[in-house]
Design a protein around this ligand. Structure first.
Ligand code: GLU
Length: 494
């Protein structure tokens, strides 16, 4: 048997360090067994999936040095590797299950389902939606003929316990009572993650599914689907979730999670990969610094420890420093800085801003420095403003941060619309509102459009600078936070 592993990211948003982490472990496991590592794009959520995000995933993983043997961009014998291109096949698989009596057409609206859930809860039953939604065959036919929208749901046992075998965790028991009759095919004809994932893992001959532990609760449904289809299920391995230093699940609200951010900060890809390799895993000799090749040579999945690994940017910086000092010759160091700094991708967007303002080249570095920096060296007095008091300034920064956290489509236009709306809701002139944002992002109010800067710096760097400025100004106490949250919730934003 050839070992075949995969990652199956959904192209929604920035390329996440968690994706790289899972990719790294899948790659090492496959390589160690002389197997193959596949990249599949799970874009069944057509509303949230974007081509840009897909491109970013490819780019970020390649930047890290992670290469796949088969994928949407490199092809392979089991393609297409993008689920939206496999759409028609899934429907047939769902219909087969209906035919075999393992799945059924469901015509219930979300509102009806909520009522059913409520009733189940009130009766002291598990909230899981069960097969009692199934209608008699004639009624199904009647509704179909009438053109009523429907989904296809899988049948799931009402009671009993499902046993899941996991490479790292042994047997996991999950009550069937907790498990919904999962939708397999949505009313728009698209499959859900569960159906598409199982069908593709089977057709792509995946032998080991290594993914984040947040998917454990999906495993019973997947196991049952494999049984229904009569297919052999891949071996499961749920990796521990990366955590913030405060032990909560790694989230962009607290820490930069986008690989783009780490690239922009000037981390070395080798160091970031090395650090991800240390998340719950260690070399047999416990050495801190190792390359991808070292990791593959010594890889042993059973050495993964399940205590939540902490992704700590300070530790990553330290490790990156070691790589800079110990592994790069002076020539390499120069070449890396040149590639990082003086490349067309980084410089071209700045030219229109800089060219109109500079008289000599030596003007350029000071005015563009903030675009190549991490956190800015600011003082609280830099934020003083004659129209805004200190509380206003913190509120402007906090509200901007919250609003931009919710921004899914990072573009100058969208950022501008967010800020304009906030300024209006707070009854502040745009210029006054923008002042603290300017200082937080560019270090000075005398720079080019801060919307352009934020668009170019990207969401993670923008948020990190806003958070940094807030911290510098003392942030909000717990009690104040509650008040400010209420104020924010009451703002007329849409
Ligand atoms: N599309 C899922 C994700 O975004 C894949 C989960 C899995 O590996 O099964 O993480």
């Amino acid at each position: 048997m050839t070992v075949r592993t995969r990652i199956a990211p959904s192209p929604t948003g920035d390329p996440h360090v968690g994706t790289a982490y899972v990719a790294l472990f899948n790659l090492c496991f496959a390589r160690q067994h002389g197997g193959q590592f596949i990249l599949r794009i799970e874009d069944t959520d057509q509303v949230r999936s974007t081509e840009e995000s897909e491109r970013d995933i490819f780019r970020a993983l390649r930047w890290l040095g992670l290469e796949w043997d088969e994928g949407p961009d490199v092809g392979g014998p089991h393609g297409p590797y993008r689920q939206s291109e496999r759409r028609d096949d899934y429907r047939q698989y769902a219909l087969d299950l209906v035919e075999k009596g393992y799945a059924f057409y469901c015509f219930r609206t979300p509102e009806e389902l909520e009522v059913i859930r409520e009733e189940r809860r009130a009766a002291g039953l598990n909230p899981g939606i069960k097969g009692d939604l199934e209608l008699p065959a004639e009624e199904v036919q009647r509704r179909m003929d009438a053109g009523e929208p429907y989904v296809i749901r899988m049948k799931v046992p009402d009671e009993g316990v499902c046993h899941i075998d996991d490479m790292l965790r042994g047997t996991i028991d999950i009550d069937w009572g907790q498990v919904d009759c999962q939708i397999l095919l949505k009313s728009d004809g698209m499959p859900t993650y569960h159906l598409a994932n199982v069908v593709d893992d089977h057709l792509m001959e995946i032998t080991h599914v290594m993914r984040g532990e947040e998917w454990i609760n999906s495993a019973p449904k997947h196991q049952l689907l494999y049984e229904y289809f009569g297919w052999q299920m891949p071996v499961l391995c749920h990796l521990p979730l990366l955590r913030n230093p405060d032990k909560s699940k790694l989230s962009k609200r607290k820490n930069p999670t986008s690989i783009n951010f780490y690239e922009r900060m000037g981390f070395l890809p080798e160091a970031l990969l090395n650090y991800l390799g240390r998340m719950g895993w260690s070399m047999p000799d416990e050495r801190e610094k190792f390359s991808l090749a070292d990791m593959i040579a010594s890889f042993d999945i059973s050495r993964v420890s399940l205590g939540g690994p902490i992704f700590d940017v300070e530790k990553l910086r330290w490790l990156n420093g070691l790589w800079l000092r110990e592994d790069l010759s002076d020539e390499q160091f120069m070449a890396r800085i040149r590639d990082w700094w003086f490349n067309a991708e980084a410089l071209a967007p700045l030219v229109p801003h800089v060219k109109g303002r500079a008289e000599v080249f030596s003007d350029v570095a000071p005015m563009a420095a903030f675009m190549f920096s991490g956190m800015l060296n600011l003082r609280p007095e830099d934020f003083s403003h004659n129209k805004l008091d200190e509380g206003d300034i913190r509120r402007v920064l906090q509200f901007t941060l919250w609003r931009l956290e919710a921004q899914r489509h990072w573009s100058k236009e969208n950022i501008f619309a967010d800020i304009k709306m906030l300024a209006k809701a707070l009854g502040l002139k745009m210029g006054d509102f923008m002042f603290p944002v300017f200082v937080a992002i560019a270090g000075t109010p005398n720079s080019w459009s801060v919307m352009d800067s934020m668009a170019l710096l990207g969401p993670d760097m923008t948020r990190a600078r806003l958070r940094h400025a807030l911290q510098l100004l003392g942030g909000f106490s717990k009690k104040e936070t509650k008040k400010v949250e209420k104020e924010y919730a009451a703002l007329p934003l849409d």
